[in-house]
Design a protein around this ligand. Structure first.
Ligand SMILES: [Zn+2]
Ligand SMILES: [Zn+2]
Length: 140
């Protein structure tokens, strides 16, 4: 294989390039398969046709446990706090944020023994303190 930074030839088990000193896989100027120059953003080497491995991008991996990066799934904090306060015992705020499991648990608890409102009150406090985490996989 070849150094992606300088195009110099190197062994497969080398950790760094002996010519330019960078760690194996660093750089985006040369094809690691044939050593020919490639465009920095190329997905495939035009010389040999091999797919080019991109250096691991930092911060681009989405956090799987959160629906998206926004607080309360992008919903308005005041709106969610009000919905949670008045309709929280029925899990309405959970459904609005895509958390079906939490919503269903609250409905069942409210109908069976009336304690769904306690969970809603906890959610309400968390929302106000900016501590609420939207997680569709959790039931509580
Ligand atoms: Zn090199
Ligand atoms: Zn190539």
């Amino acid at each position: 294989m070849y150094c992606r930074n300088c195009g110099g030839e190197m062994n497969d088990n080398q950790a760094i390039c002996l010519k330019c000193g960078v760690a194996t896989g660093t750089g985006n100027s040369y094809c690691s398969n044939c050593g020919n120059p490639v465009a920095p953003n190329a997905a495939v080497c035009l010389s040999c046709g091999v797919a080019i491995q991109k250096p691991a991008a930092k911060g681009s991996v989405a956090n799987g446990s959160v629906a998206n990066g926004e607080y309360l799934g992008g919903k308005d904090k005041v709106t969610m706090a009000l919905v949670c306060f008045f309709l929280g015992g029925l899990g309405i705020h959970n459904f609005m944020m895509g958390e079906k499991k939490k919503g269903i648990v609250k409905i069942v608890l409210s109908l069976c023994c009336g304690i769904g409102g306690i969970l809603a009150l906890i959610d309400f406090i968390k929302i106000l303190m900016d501590k609420y985490e939207v997680d569709p996989e959790k039931a509580f």
